[in-house]
Design a protein around this ligand. Structure first.
Ligand code: GTR
Length: 426
C-alpha cells in the first residue's frame, strides 16, 4: 500500500517538474520586473516603527505571522519535555580527536512516534561546553563522514546512485558520500562541535499530502491534512531544528548560547526560517538558499515563486500559491525574513554560478534588512554594494559570494567559523 502510494507520489513529482519547466526563467537583469519592497519599519496599519520596543511588540510579531500564515505555514507548539535516548557514545572517536554521540530525539511525546537521530562530534580536548553548528543533511548522517560507527540511516531516502542509495534506502556505499561538504576534523580542530540530522527523519521530502513524517501526528481531531496556513515541509524541518535545540540545551558538550544553525539550498531556506523563529539560534548561516530563502521574491530572477510552488508543492503552505506571478500582493518579501533575525547575526552565502538562486537577490535581502538592525542598536550590513568574489562582509548581517557552483565547500566552512567566532558572545 505504502509502496503504491510512493510510486504515485513520485509520478506526481515528475509531472510537477515537467510542468515547472514550462515556466519561463528570468536570467537577465533587464528582465527583472519593476517592484517596490514593503518597508519592515512601517506597520500594517501605517504606523512608522521608530523604537526597538515598537519593533519587538508590534512589528516583529506582525511580520512573523505573515510568514507563518502565507509562506511557510505555522508549525504546532511543542508541549512538554523533549524525550531522548543516548544510543551510543565514544569518548575516543575519529582517532582520538572527538567525542561522538548518537542520540534519538522523539518528535512527539509518544515513544513509538517519529524520532530523529542526532550525530554529535565534539572536540575531545575541550575544557567545557563548546560553540556548535547544528545542521541538516540530504542523505543521512552516515554520509557526512566515513566513520564506520555512524548508524546507517533507516529512513526513506531519495534514490541517487552517486550517493549509494537504492530502493529509497541507504546502503553501505553511501557512507561518507557527502563528506566533501563536511570538514568534520577541521571543525573540531577550530574548537566547534557539529551536530548532524538527516532531514528525512523529520519529514521525507516528497509530496504525499503530508501523510508521513511529523505532520500526521499534529492534526486536530478529524483533520486529514494541514490547513492552508499550516506547516509545509520547510516549516517541519525548521521545527525539527528547534526540537534539536531543546535537546542541545540539555547536553553538557554544547554551549546553548553559542549555537549556529547552518543549511544549504532547501536546507538553507530551512535554516533561515528556523533562525527567524527561534531566538535561541545566535547565528544563522544560509548557503545558496535562493527562492524561499534569502532571495527577494519580487525580482523573479532564476527560480520564481510560481516555479518553486509547482516543482515542490509540499515545501510551503498552500496559501503561498496565491502569490505565483503575484509576489507584489504578499505583504512581506524575504528581506523581512532576515529582519526577524535582528539583532542576531546572519551570514548569507551565494555562489557566482548559482544564478538559479539569484545571488544579487540574496544580497539585496541582506541590504534591505539593515534598517531594522540599526533600529535595534547594532550595525546591520557593512556594505553599500554587493561585494566582490571572496570578499566576505562580516558585519551582523553578513554576506559572501564566491566563485563556483551551487555547493558547500570546505573553504565556505572557514568563513562560517570566522563569522561564528566573531558574533558569538560568551
Ligand atoms: C532545487 C530547487 C532549489 C534548491 C535546490 C536544493 O531543485 O529548485 O530551490 O532548494 O533544489 O535544495 O538542492
Amino acid at each position: 500500500m505504502f509502496h503504491r502510494f510512493l510510486v504515485l507520489s513520485l509520478v506526481l513529482m515528475y509531472c510537477n517538474m515537467t510542468e515547472a519547466q514550462k515556466i519561463p526563467t528570468i536570467y537577465e537583469e533587464e528582465n527583472v520586473p519593476k517592484y517596490t519592497l514593503p518597508d519592515p519599519l512601517i506597520a500594517e496599519d501605517g504606523t512608522p516603527i521608530k523604537t526597538a520596543k515598537q519593533w519587538i511588540n508590534q512589528r516583529r510579531p506582525e511580520i512573523l505571522k505573515i510568514f507563518e500564515e502565507q509562506v511557510y505555514g505555522r508549525a504546532p507548539e511543542f508541549k512538554g519535555e523533549i524525550q531522548f535516548k543516548v544510543l551510543e557514545e565514544d569518548k575516543n572517536a575519529l582517532g582520538g580527536k572527538a567525542i561522538r554521540k548518537q542520540v534519538k530525539v522523539q518528535l512527539t511525546n509518544k515513544a513509538d512516534g517519529p524520532s530523529m537521530e542526532l550525530l554529535i562530534y565534539s572536540p575531545k580536548n575541550a575544557k567545557g561546553p563548546v560553540p556548535t553548528f547544528l545542521t541538516l543533511n540530504f542523505y543521512g548522517n552516515h554520509t557526512i563522514h566515513t566513520d564506520p560507527a555512524i548508524h546507517l540511516s533507516e529512513s526513506w531516502v531519495r534514490n541517487n546512485s552517486a550517493k549509494g542509495t537504492k530502493d529509497n534506502r541507504a546502503t553501505e556505499k553511501s557512507r561518507g558520500a557527502s563528506a566533501e561538504r563536511w570538514p568534520v576534523e577541521r571543525i573540531l580542530e577550530r574548537g566547534f562541535a557539529i551536530v548532524a540530522i538527516y532531514y528525512g527523519d523529520i519529514d521525507p521530502d516528497f509530496d504525499d499530502d503530508f501523510q508521513n513524517g511529523v505532520h500526521p501526528h499534529y492534526l486536530s481531531e478529524g483533520q486529514k491534512k494541514p490547513g492552508p496556513d499550516q506547516w509545509g515541509s520547510i516549516s517541519a524541518w525548521a521545527w525539527g531544528l528547534s526540537r534539536a535545540m531543546d535537546y542541545l540545551e540539555k547536553d553538557s558538550l554544547v554551549d546553548p548560547n553559542r549555537v549556529a544553525v547552518m543549511g544549504h539550498s532547501r536546507l538553507g531556506k530551512t535554516s533561515i526560517w528556523a533562525g527567524a523563529q527561534d531566538t535561541r539560534f545566535k547565528v544563522t548561516i544560509c548557503n545558496n538558499s535562493g527562492c524561499g530563502g534569502a532571495a527577494l521574491n519580487r525580482r523573479r530572477f532564476g527560480e520564481s515563486v510560481r516555479r518553486i510552488n509547482t516543482s515542490f508543492p509540499h515545501w510551503f503552505c498552500d496559501n503561498y500559491v496565491q502569490y505565483n506571478d503575484n509576489e507584489g500582493d504578499l505583504a512581506v518579501d524575504q528581506h523581512m525574513l532576515v529582519s526577524l533575525i535582528a539583532p542576531r547575526a546572519i551570514l548569507i552565502c551565494s555562489a557566482e554560478e548559482d544564478r538559479w538562486a539569484d545571488p544579487k537577490g540574496e544580497f539585496l535581502s541582506a541590504f534591505h534588512a539593515d534598517s531594522v538592525y540599526r533600529l535595534l542598536g547594532v550595525e546591520g550590513i557593512a556594505a553599500k554594494e554587493m561585494p566582490g568574489l571572496d570578499q566576505p562582509v562580516m558585519s551582523p548581517i553578513g554576506y559572501k559570494i564566491r566563485p563556483g557552483k551551487h555547493n558547500v565547500l570546505a573553504s565556505d566552512w572557514e568563513v562560517y567559523m570566522d563569522f561564528a567566532n566573531k558574533h558569538f558572545t560568551k
